[in-house]
Design a protein around this ligand. Structure first.
Ligand code: FAD
Ligand code: ZN
Length: 466
């Protein structure tokens, strides 16, 4: 029997797609990588995933796991060879259990992030992981990339929220590690090995995640700052005054907001344009009035200290959501403007102002007129330091001709600040050479050793990451 026939036996003929338009699975979100799959296989259960992996392993066929296909580094689409099986987890989207006393939720890997958030909210609980792709990215993809997003400042990234995993190994065995335990020191932490492994060590089929009580009120404010150093000073002040109530701190450079105004003119734009605009979010266990009062006191102090030139506090939940919508529209506005060179770097917060000043200047020297779409999770020291072609220059040509040189300038500056060239999106196909060049030889040897131990045939997402 051929491989495709055996796969059809396992998941049913309708769930093995090998003809027609498969671009929903073969083309990535950024439209940078278009692969060709031997077949798209859509199992409906963990047992089916395991059986698919066993059959592929027996034939030596490579497998690329995929969730919502929103990854930004080309890690979740097949290569162009037409020999890889694209294993989509999309049909596995059941919330298996919510334990309200243990504050945990267990769900299939293919559950869309927003559905996980909604299931928790229906029980009066919060699942804090939040990112602009939440309407289509999946829990499994979030864990495989150790996604960050806008609430990391308070709740940590996907890894910090994960208590247990169920994983199908490269040999097609099932590791059931769905514990809801906060404490468990029984040997190597296998969970943390799979989180952030980008589909190269195993296939995540389910996870147990931490929940928290829903806050009584969530309030948002915008503040205008003249410099990034002022933004960092505001962060310090907000931490001091709001403590754990500070749940979001996003900075947006002027050009990034200009793009939103240009491409989505219907969105609110309540402050006059400033070099930097900060979105602050406060979540409060008391109530909205108290939260607003604390915000107003904080912003009053910041205005008085000259850190902030203008500020506005959202009057309602709808207004808060609208302000978040502006922040989350930046990646889309950028995509409307044309392709660009994306970076998701992190450096210690204290070094961000100098990093940005010096790197902006170095890039302008390299290519006068270059435009910086700079925004991101300043509270985590993580910026989306994206580089757009000078006005009038074709984006695709700019990408082809400049990506290498621009990356070198940016990543050398990141390294000089003790930072990371990938704070959120991972390595995938895009940054594999960067990893090989920039990670220490000892770290690379350990990583390759782990890969060889868990996937000796090299069948899981080959050519990605390592
Ligand atoms: P996919 O794109 O399908 O896959 C991503 C990687 O994980 C691939 O290597 C794939 O092989 C692997 N994978 C997927 N599912 C599994 C599984 N079940 N088992 C093993 N491996 C698997 N990221 C952030 O960290 N923070 C952000 O703020 C953020 N914002 C974003 C905003 C937008 C508009 C977009 C498009 C993306 C953003 N991202 C962000 C990128 C982020 O990595 C993804 O949105 C998300 O975490 C990936 O989930 P997915 O289900 O789409 O995974
Ligand atoms: Zn981000």
């Amino acid at each position: 029997m051929t491989l495709l026939a055996r796969l059809r036996d396992i998941v049913g003929p309708a769930q093995v797609l090998s003809n027609g338009d498969l671009s929903a699975w073969e083309l990535d979100w950024r439209r940078r990588w278009r692969g060709k799959a031997l077949a798209v296989v859509r199992p409906g259960s963990t047992e089916e995933v395991a059986a698919v992996v066993r059959v592929c392993a027996a034939c030596g066929t490579a497998i690329v796991p995929q969730g919502g296909n929103t990854g930004l580094v080309g890690g979740g689409v097949p290569d162009a060879s037409g020999t890889q099986v694209l294993l989509s987890l999309q049909r596995m989207h059941r919330v298996r259990e919510i334990d309200t006393a243990n504050l945990t939720l267990t769900a299939d890997a293919g559950c869309v992030l927003q559905a996980v958030q909604e299931a928790a909210r229906a029980q009066g609980l919060l699942f804090p992981l939040s990112l602009a792709a939440e309407g289509s990215c999946t829990l499994g993809g979030n864990l495989a990339t150790n996604a960050g997003g806008t609430q990391v400042l308070r709740w940590g990234n996907a890894r910090d929220l994960c208590l247990g995993l169920e994983v199908v190994t490269a040999q097609g065995e099932v590791w059931s590690g769905l514990s809801g335990l906060r404490k468990d020191n029984t040997g190597y932490d296998l969970r943390d090995l799979f989180v952030g492994s980008e589909g190269t060590l195993g296939i995540i089929t389910a996870a147990t995640m931490k929940l928290a009580p829903l806050p009584a009120a969530t309030t948002t404010a915008l503040a205008a700052c003249a410099t990034l150093a002022d933004c960092v000073a505001l962060l310090g002040l907000a931490r001091q005054r709001l403590g754990a109530g500070l749940t979001g701190f996003e900075a947006m450079g002027r050009f990034a907001l200009d793009l939103v105004v240009r491409h989505f003119p219907a969105l609110p734009n309540p402050l006059p344009a400033a070099p930097w605009t900060v979105l602050l979010e406060q979540s409060d266990t008391e109530g909205e009035a108290q939260a607003r009062e604390r915000f107003e006191a904080l912003l009053g102090a910041a205005l008085e200290a000259g850190i902030v030139s203008d500020a506005v506090v959202a009057e309602s939940l709808a207004q808060s959501q609208a302000l978040w919508h502006v922040r989350e529209s930046i990646p889309l506005a950028q995509a409307e403007e044309g392709v660009n060179i994306k970076h998701d770097i992190s450096v210690p917060v204290s070094r961000i102002p100098a990093f940005v000043d010096e790197t902006d200047a170095a890039l302008q020297r390299h290519l006068p007129g270059i435009r910086l779409v700079n925004f991101g999770h300043l509270g985590d020291g993580n910026l989306h330091y994206n580089v757009q072609a000078p006005a009038g220059v074709d984006g695709r040509r700019f990408l082809d001709e400049q990506e290498h040189a621009v990356n070198r300038i940016v990543f050398d500056a990141v390294a000089a600040c003790g930072g990371s060239f990938s704070a959120e999106h991972g390595i995938g196909a895009l940054k594999r050479d960067e990893l090989a060049a920039r990670k220490s030889p000892v770290a690379l040897k350990l990583m390759r050793g782990i890969k060889a131990a868990l996937d000796p045939q090299g069948l899981l997402n080959p050519g990605r990451m390592l």
